[in-house]
Design a protein around this ligand. Structure first.
Ligand code: MG
Length: 468
């Protein structure tokens, strides 16, 4: 009886992930660190001349830095849906033409029938945790614990969505670094634990939660998704970082995010987990340029958040796994946040769903230098509308529109055509002399459209109950 009891105890411990993983277990831990509205040009290793990011620069030196890494959307909600499902957001319905992001009064959320990366990894015995901004439905039934995360600590949506009644009206309020103007609930699990957390402390608190998670779950493979609240406006940094950067409060905020990355990578090293952990750093969309010096930079790329020009969707992408990913490689192949779904699942030994289209590619051959992943094409959506498509170095814009502002969508026939190698800033339309290229891209778009599955009911479900 005693032996049976011992066996059962061992079995239950194993099930709970509390016994050490087998020495020959090749499955890596996976950590995705996702900034909010961080531009392609905001980090030292991406050429920023002012903002200091020594930890991210070191991460890039020890790992792989992607020059052509894309989010699947130009704003928060659809971008996050794509990251976690490996699918263009139009497939899950997590996009909306009018609002484009879920609001603090939206009834909808990520459809339960979507298969998320943490669900796949949970099925392989991974401990799964999320820290930070969710933005895929704030009602309890939509929160991360219902989408594959064992634990959750963070904000359910953007940090600007619930201004206090006495907050100054209009855009200048975003430049007021006054925490009293913002009421953004802080949630643990599915419960609100603070109605108005001090936003100056959020990056530090997210970091402490992340480090604790790593230490507690280190015995078994784990998946940790750290979705920072910043540099989405309004900007806040803790006392330690405030007023230190020559780039002002924006630089202070990025410096604190960089510190956070250093704490996470340092913890992995200290715990002997660095050679067992894939860490990827990226951003959900480009910089929010309408906020002037409180918005970031897309570097040489055109436009920013809200736009399907390169600056809206091409973002930093750094992958780190010492001993596996070759150090100091600058990777020019196209890769996307959706690829992290497929790649992480494959590395964990999980099966990617075959009953639905998955848009993420396995980019582990890029990581390990054993081959090239050549994409057929990449597609740029605003809401549920396809605006542009990239094939190789060529990008065709069928519709253009500025990220924010009052201008209307402008259709182009033939589409505008830019060569992103010779002209990364998309300044010189080359459509006239390249009809064959346009024909090829148009064919790729037609194939993509023919295979598209949209869930119209979910598009309706994401409409807010009232305008915000
Ligand atoms: Mg964002």
């Amino acid at each position: 009886m005693k032996i049976l009891h011992s066996l059962l105890t061992v079995a239950s411990l194993a099930l709970a992930g509390l016994v050490s993983r087998a020495a020959n277990d090749e499955r890596p831990n996976v950590i995705i660190i996702y900034a909010d509205d961080l531009g392609w040009g905001d980090l030292g290793c991406y050429g920023n001349p002012v903002i200091l990011t020594p930890n991210l620069d070191r991460m890039a030196t020890e790992g792989m830095r992607f020059t052509d890494f894309y989010s699947a959307a130009e704003v928060c909600t659809p971008s996050r849906a794509a990251l976690l499902t490996g699918r263009y957001p139009v497939r899950s319905g997590m996009c909306h033409d009018r609002f484009r992001v879920l609001r603090n009064n939206s009834a909808g959320g990520l459809p339960r029938e979507e298969v998320t990366l943490p669900e796949l990894l949970q099925g392989r015995g991974y401990a799964t945790g999320m820290v930070g901004k969710w933005h895929l439905g704030h009602l309890p039934e939509h929160l991360p614990p219902h989408h594959g995360f064992d634990s959750y600590f963070g904000l359910p949506f953007s940090n600007d969505m619930m201004p206090a009644p006495d907050a100054p009206k209009g855009r200048p309020k975003f430049f007021e670094e006054n925490n009293a103007y913002w009421r953004t609930p802080l949630i643990r699990g599915t419960e609100v634990i603070e109605a108005q957390p001090d936003q100056r402390q959020l990056t530090r608190r997210y970091t402490e939660e992340s480090v604790r998670f790593i230490r507690e779950k280190k015995a078994a493979p784990f998946f940790l998704y750290v979705a920072h609240t910043f540099p989405h406006v309004p900007l806040f940094a803790s006392e330690r970082f405030r007023g230190k950067s020559a780039a002002g409060i924006y630089g202070d905020v990025i410096a604190e995010l960089d510190w956070s990355v250093g704490e996470i990578l340092g913890t992995l090293r200290a715990e002997g987990l660095d050679k067992k952990t894939l860490v990827v750093f990226s951003s959900d969309n480009g910089p929010w340029l309408i906020f002037n010096h409180h918005g970031g930079s897309a570097g040489p790329l055109r436009e920013g958040k809200g736009s399907t020009w390169e600056g809206g969707m091409r973002v930093p992408g750094i992958a780190w796994w010492p001993g596996r990913i070759a150090a100091g490689v600058v990777q020019h192949e196209i890769a996307t946040t959706m690829d992290l779904f497929t790649t992480s699942a494959k590395l964990a030994g999980a099966t990617v769903p075959s009953d639905r289209p998955i848009d993420g590619f396995d980019i582990s051959p890029l990581f390990f230098g054993s081959g090239l992943v050549l994409r057929d094409a990449y597609f740029f959506y605003r809401g549920s509308t396809l605006y542009a498509a990239r094939l190789g170095h060529w990008k065709a814009h069928f519709i253009t529109r500025s990220g924010y502002g009052d201008d209307q969508p402008e259709p182009h026939e033939p589409p505008q055509l830019y060569h992103l190698g010779e002209d990364p800033g998309e300044r010189f339309d080359r459509a006239k002399e390249n009809p064959a290229v346009i024909a090829k891209i148009t064919e790729a778009v037609a194939r993509h459209r023919a295979a598209l599955q949209v869930a119209p009911s979910q598009l309706v479900a994401t409409v807010p109950a009232r305008a915000n």
